[in-house]
Design a protein around this ligand. Structure first.
Ligand SMILES: Cc1cc2nc3c(=O)[nH]c(=O)nc-3n(C[C@H](O)[C@H](O)[C@H](O)COP(=O)(O)OP(=O)(O)OC[C@H]3O[C@@H](n4cnc5c(N)ncnc54)[C@H](O)[C@@H]3O)c2cc1C
Ligand code: SF4
Ligand code: SF4
Length: 414
């Protein structure tokens, strides 16, 4: 086991210790395409060579995002707060993703599903799986919170002659898949997206647990919750809780791959259906049906779901000037008393529901934009999609006061 993050704090690199990835570009999230027969298409397909959000949206929806929430959440036809009436055992939340993927196979709507299982003998190491049966889908329940090269399975899809496929994936996997879609010779491709941010390699995921938890080896499930804390569930049933403000960011900053720090699709905007949690109250799932097929997919699940109205509280914009000021500083931890006060205020007065989703999406857009401008300035026009400039416009003055230039200032597309 490594004793520290697999790259230095300020290195711009993927992950220096993973030999399989030697020779990859520094901006690579290991989506798996480059393990497949499509590797020669990488330059025309990879979102870290050119982000094609706008053109793919236009193909899928015939339009750009509308001003307002679509700039942050992506284009959608329906937004809902839902959960399974009977949660699936072992699910990350209530198991909507697993139930839907299994149902697609049960009904014969697809012949196979690409998803992420667990490497045998480990608890969290991802293993790309091409499931042909509902049982194989159910065995993949729950998050394996690190990079998983799922698109490498496109070789098996082609060799097996599969024509109707579903894919469960993160935003980077989905954008690459959409870009490659026409070459796959499929009759049907159903894309179920999960929101994703700050992903890490498996080695760094283990380092994260070692750093954060008092008992890293007994953690069976963990999630970054909407109450500004990380909940870790242990083998003996007890729950450990760590406030975000207490994370030792000086130690953790180096674990994030440069690609994940240059990623602008937290809500997985190019999926047919996105199933996450961050716009929902605790215990519920936040769902965006984006395409007509996405609405049909949600219809397949509706008999098993209960719903509650969309809700929101708080005002995210109040904390944003302080967040922008923090971006300009090196990461560190305030003194304990201040941290306790911040955690209390975040929980009591912080944004909730949809306002929480807006807050964290905007924060990640601003942070990642700053990272790209600092580390890869020559790439900005290629890899920063249009919605970043639109979504961060309300903070342009504060940003310019801190960094000397507003997001996109001087660029043609912005
Ligand atoms: C790294 C990561 C970060 C996430 N961050 C957020 C977030 O900030 N906000 C938010 O709203 N949601 C986030 N999610 C999604 C969320 O945690 C749940 O996965 C989602 O809401 C589905 O819950 P469920 O109970 O329906 O899933 P389940 O029915 O338990 O199914 C989970 C599915 O996730 C897939 N999966 C597991 N690990 C991976 C992986 N490494 N890569 C790709 N797919 C995987 C599996 O194929 C499985 O089908 C994240 C997921 C991951 C993997
Ligand atoms: S992100 Fe995917 S397409 Fe891009 S270089 Fe990495 S494996 Fe290849
Ligand atoms: S943070 Fe972005 S680049 Fe990294 S795995 Fe998630 S979707 Fe991909």
């Amino acid at each position: 086991m490594e004793q520290g993050p697999s790259k230095g704090l300020h290195d711009v690199s993927l992950m220096s210790h993973d030999r399989r990835l030697a020779g990859r570009p520094r901006l690579c999230s290991d989506c798996g395409l480059c393990d497949s027969w499509l590797r020669p298409q990488m330059a025309d397909t990879c979102l870290f060579v050119r982000n094609r959000m706008e053109e793919i949206e236009s193909r899928l929806h015939g339009r750009r995002r509308h001003p307002g929430d679509e700039m942050r959440f992506g284009i959608y036809r329906e937004q809902a707060i839902l959960r399974m009436r009977r949660p699936v055992a072992g699910a990350q939340w209530t198991g909507m993703v697993t139930t839907l993927a299994a149902r697609l196979l049960e009904r014969g709507e697809v012949e196979a599903v690409i998803l992420t299982g667990t490497n045998p003998g480990t608890r969290f190491e991802p293993l790309p799986v091409l499931a042909r049966t509902p049982e194989e889908v159910r065995a993949c329940v729950g998050n394996k919170p690190s990079l998983s090269p799922n698109l490498g399975l496109l070789d098996q899809v082609r060799e097996s002659g599969i024509r109707r496929l579903a894919v469960i994936g993160t935003g980077c996997q989905v954008q690459v898949l959409r870009q490659a879609q026409d070459q796959l010779g499929l009759e049907r491709l159903d894309v179920i997206g999960i929101p994703c941010s700050d992903n890490v390699t498996y080695a760094d995921q283990q380092f994260f647990l070692d750093t954060i938890s008092s008992s890293p080896r007994t953690v069976v499930h963990y999630e970054f919750m909407q109450d500004f804390s990380l909940w870790l569930h242990h083998e003996d049933g007890h729950r450990e809780r760590v406030n975000y403000i207490d994370f030792p960011m000086d130690k953790l900053q180096g674990i994030f791959p440069s690609a994940c720090l240059s990623c602008f699709d937290y809500p997985n905007a190019l999926a047919d259906l996105t199933i996450g949690y961050m716009g929902a109250p605790l215990g519920w799932q936040w769902v965006l049906a984006r395409t007509a097929r996405g609405v049909e997919l949600l219809d397949l699940l509706r008999p098993d779901l209960e719903s509650r109205p969309l809700s929101e509280a708080g005002d995210r914009t109040r904390g944003m000037p302080r967040f922008i000021a923090m971006l300009a500083k090196r990461p560190g931890k305030p003194p304990k008393l201040i941290r306790q006060l911040i955690a209390f205020l975040q929980r009591r007065r912080g944004p909730r529901g949809l306002e929480f989703a807006r807050a964290i999406i905007e924060m990640k857009l601003l942070r990642n934009y700053t990272y790209v401008r600092d580390k890869f300035p020559q790439m900005e026009e290629k890899i920063v999609p249009y919605h970043v400039y639109e979504a961060t416009r309300p903070y342009a003055a504060e940003y310019a006061a801190t960094f000397g230039r507003a997001p996109g200032e001087g660029l043609e597309q912005a």
